[in-house]
Design a protein around this ligand. Structure first.
Ligand SMILES: Cc1ncc(C[n+]2csc(CCOP(=O)(O)OP(=O)(O)O)c2C)c(N)n1
Length: 276
């Protein structure tokens, strides 16, 4: 499908703002996982701006679509998108990781708009399966979107849940794999090779599409087509870049843990074309 350039520009502008929040939050809180957060910004922007049924004024409305961030360490990006969409005030972002702040450094369900607390890797897909099954049993038509990392595809619990969803024909469940090919201490290929990843999900009974997770056209095409096959859960394998959007962070393992200092923050914001 082709999209108007204004539509794509507006998504790109929003994702730039979200990246800028993530960078400021990581700098201010001296917190890690900036690269992990930057890799999912475009997927989150499309989901929250264009795909999910969510009323920011009533984030717990019973008929809302649900989103679960299974890679809970990348919460800064979700907090930033929720603030940009008006679920809570943007000035909360400046309290990220402070003592007493709601915005903890792994995602927490006490934050408005957040469905599940995660951070111990490998649990989000099972939570998503439970929510999807509950929707079917209650005759509800809301959908569950969940985002997991490639590192979580090393976890047995992920594959247990991956067996469960097709068995129960959960076509209201969409799992997006943020395939950035880096983990905390090395490359996926060297830690535990996952390829061919899409074929593995397919073999488990999922309808699968591979996309460039930074190309809004491809992201929207995939997300507006779910379920890809009626009666099957959808898996979108999104090829992404850890640290995406900041030249010196892209594909650099150091930014899994390292926060930007003052100069690095300035340079990153300058690259994004966003003021400090
Ligand atoms: C069960 C579990 N083991 C270890 C960790 C520590 N840890 C945090 S992030 C991470 C790996 C990050 O790589 P990946 O999961 O691929 O996510 P990315 O940051 O690349 O998006 C690890 C091992 C954890 N949070 N949970």
């Amino acid at each position: 499908m082709s999209y108007l350039s204004e539509e794509l520009n507006s998504l790109q502008n929003l994702s730039r703002q979200i990246r800028a929040h993530v960078l400021r939050m990581s700098h201010q809180a001296k917190s890690s996982h900036v690269g992990s957060s930057l890799s999912i910004v475009d997927l989150l922007t499309a989901l929250y701006d264009r795909i999910m049924r969510l009323n920011p004024a009533i984030p717990d409305a019973p008929d809302r679509d649900r989103f679960i961030l299974s890679k809970g360490h990348a919460c800064a990006a979700v907090y930033a998108v929720l603030a940009e969409k008006g679920v809570f005030p943007k000035d909360w972002l400046a309290t990220y990781h402070e003592e007493g702040s709601l915005l903890t450094r792994h995602i927490t369900h006490t934050v408005p708009g957040v469905e599940a607390s995660t951070g111990s890797l490998g649990h989000g897909l099972a939570i998503g399966c439970g929510m999807a099954l509950a929707a079917v049993q209650d005759g509800q038509n809301y959908r569950i979107f969940m985002l997991l990392s490639d590192g979580e595809c090393d976890e047995g619990s992920t594959w247990e849940a991956a067996l469960f969803a097709p068995h129960h024909k959960l076509d209201n469940l969409v799992a997006i794999v943020d395939y950035n090919k880096l983990q905390a201490f090395g490359k996926v290929k060297e830690v535990l090779d996952l390829d061919p990843l899409a074929a593995k999900w397919q073999a488990f009974g999922w309808a699968v599409r591979e996309i460039d997770g930074h190309d809004f056209g491809q992201i929207l095409d995939a997300l507006t087509s779910v379920p890809l096959v009626t009666g099957k859960p959808t898996c979108i394998v999104a090829h992404t870049v850890k640290g995406k959007g900041v030249s010196f962070m892209e594909n650099e393992l150091a930014w899994h843990y390292k926060p930007p200092d003052k100069e690095e923050l300035s340079q990153a914001l300058q690259e994004l074309g966003v003021s400090e």
